[in-house]
Design a protein around this ligand. Structure first.
Ligand code: MLC
Ligand code: AMP
Length: 504
């Protein structure tokens, strides 16, 4: 029975005696132990009533058991739906109900909240230390599992990505979307079974889950699997690693530490960066300090990776390199959709085996962003230089990227607009020394009212994940608008450009 993702990524772990995961406390998990763990979890998912195609919503701390759940979903044909651990009850309710998840796995602290939200979906728990009702159920299962048969186009994962209207959309990713990209990246970035990846990214997004974990599974390498990015721990494990993947904040934080030098990077062969723009000055400072040129690549939830700087050849600062093999990329006019000549800035569109199947139960949105001929309209503005390198020069979508996390201003504005004393709001991103961009909320008071900013912060804190919350709130008398009545966010970005001159 075929199951391409299982066959290529997970099956090779079966019987593998060497380490697959190395943890910060020194514990290790062999490939075989991981495979058995995932098999038992897969048994527990089936025992919980899940069948192939059902969605499993997962909001848990990073751990080997959490990664094994992804493998368990692949084995059982269940669609993996990972959720940011920062999401609050209101946010979770939407994801669970929109996806009609058959079951939810959450941390023990969130069990009560999720039971209230989950409706008929089963709720099981998984703590950071691997304990919980999921593991209890898995312990009763055999460590072999009869792997479900899946085809190339069957869904493997549903990843929610925020939308410009404030409503998140579930990107449907098939087996072959994920597998094709993983195999391409292994090749392009020269990963082998000898590689040890320093894995400090969260595993609920494309970067940490598919780019990092799928690539290492496909290469047969191992991962130093850290629960989160922390400079001290990363410095401790760098000498044992051959590669690291990060968001730009990882690299600026490392550069801020004098212990990060050429010597500590001696065994490294590759640092990659993505999810947010890497400043050319960071690229240069990194090379000067370590002798390594960071390899920047460009991707997104809907498409996995689209472009990459070359492994061999010139990795150019300020560019995201060339389209990956099998990926077509063109620059188009935002109004007409016509392809623009190289050198002109326009919307980046991509087509290839990596491009998703559409948005979950949103045919209209799918139609608006995914052309019938297969090109996906990314909403990023790019230009192709004379040597073929792609540069991202802006975004047509109103989006803030903070420390690699996406924030759609509309979603935050909807919450701010609801606050007592607030007439309207505009949410913008301005330069932040640590996160690249930081969120600023600009408020206009109702006539005669004085909004209570502390009360607003507290209320927003209950409704939105921390990373989406404005780090600064400003009150203005009115929002700048153009003649069409549209808020001119550029003017606000200029006005509040210095909001984070010192780290907030
Ligand atoms: C944490 N905070 C953030 C934040 N992360 N605020 C804004 N933006 C972020 N990204 C909050 C914290 O809650 C805290 O609030 C304060 O900011 C400082 O916290 P910290 O201790 O410094 O946070 P830390 O845990 O170190 O997290 C920072 C980080 C993390 C950069 C390590 O955000 C991270 O791992 N980012 C990676 C995101 C990622 O994987 N993106 C991939 C998306 S996939 P307070 O007030 O309590 O102090 C994708 C496709 C592609 O985009 O191409 O890859
Ligand atoms: P997400 O929806 O979280 O997957 O984020 C995808 C978005 O991140 C893209 O549409 C880009 O705007 C941005 N992005 C990813 N990689 C890069 C990069 N290397 N440089 C600039 N922006 C990037």
């Amino acid at each position: 029975m075929a199951n391409p993702l299982y066959d290529r990524l997970i099956a090779p772990l079966d019987g593998r005696a060497s380490d697959f995961l190395i943890l910060a406390d020194g514990r290790t998990l062999s490939g075989d132990a991981f495979h058995r763990l995932a098999a038992r979890q897969a048994g527990a998912l089936v025992a919980a009533g899940l069948v192939p195609g059902d969605r499993l919503a997962v909001q848990v701390e990073k751990s080997p058991e959490a990664l094994a759940l992804y493998a368990a979903c692949v084995m059982s044909g269940v669609v993996f739906l990972p959720l940011n651990t920062g999401y609050k009850a209101d946010e979770l309710e939407y994801f669970v109900s929109d996806s009609q998840a058959g079951a939810v796995i959450c941390g023990p602290g969130a069990e009560e909240t999720l039971r209230a939200i989950a409706g008929s979906a089963k709720v099981l728990t998984l703590a950071a230390d691997g304990s919980g009702s999921l593991s209890d159920a898995a312990a009763a299962q055999p460590d072999r599992f009869d792997v479900a048969s899946r085809g190339d186009d069957d869904l493997a994962a549903l990843l929610y990505t925020s939308g410009t209207t404030g409503r998140s959309k579930g990107a449907m990713l098939s087996q072959s979307n994920l597998l094709s990209n993983a195999l391409t990246l292994v090749e392009e970035w020269r990963y082998t079974a000898d590689d040890v990846l320093l894995h400090a990214l969260p595993i609920f997004h494309t970067h940490g889950l598919f780019v990092a974990s799928n690539v290492m599974l496909a290469a047969g390498g191992s991962m130093i699997f850290l629960s989160k990015f922390d400079v001290d721990t990363v410095l401790r494990f760098l000498p044992q690693s051959t590669s690291m993947m990060g968001v730009p904040t990882f690299y600026t934080r490392l550069l801020d530490d004098a212990r990060f030098d050429r010597e500590i990077c001696k065994g490294m062969r590759l640092f990659t960066s993505g999810s947010a723009p890497l400043l050319a000055e960071t690229h240069r400072a990194f090379e000067a300090r370590t002798g390594h040129r960071i390899l920047e690549r460009y991707g997104m939830t809907e498409t996995n990776m689209n472009t990459s700087n070359p492994y061999e050849g010139d990795r150019r600062a300020g560019t995201v390199g060339f389209p990956l093999p099998g990926v077509e990329l063109k620059i188009t006019d935002a109004e007409t959709g016509a392809t623009l000549p190289d050198g002109e800035a326009g919307i980046i569109e991509v087509r290839g085996p990596n491009v998703f199947q559409g948005y979950w139960q949103m045919p209209e949105k799918t139609k608006a962003e995914l052309r019938e001929d297969g090109f996906f309209i990314t909403g990023d503005i790019g230009v192709i230089d004379p040597d073929g390198y792609v540069q991202i020069v802006g975004r047509a979508k109103d989006l803030i990227i903070s420390g690699g996390y996406n924030i759609y201003p509309k979603e935050v504005e909807l919450v701010l607009d609801d606050q007592p004393g607030v007439l309207e709001s505009a949410v913008i991103g301005v330069p932040h020394p640590d996160f690249g961009e930081g969120v600023v909320g600009v408020l206009v008071a109702e006539p005669g009212a004085t909004p209570d900013l502390d009360a607003i912060r507290a209320s927003v804190g209950e409704k939105l994940a921390k990373f989406k919350q404005p780090k600064v709130l400003e009150v203005v008398t009115e929002l700048p608008r153009n003649t069409m009545g549209k808020v001119q966010k550029n003017m606000l970005r200029d006005q509040f450009a210095e909001a984070f001159k010192t780290p907030a």
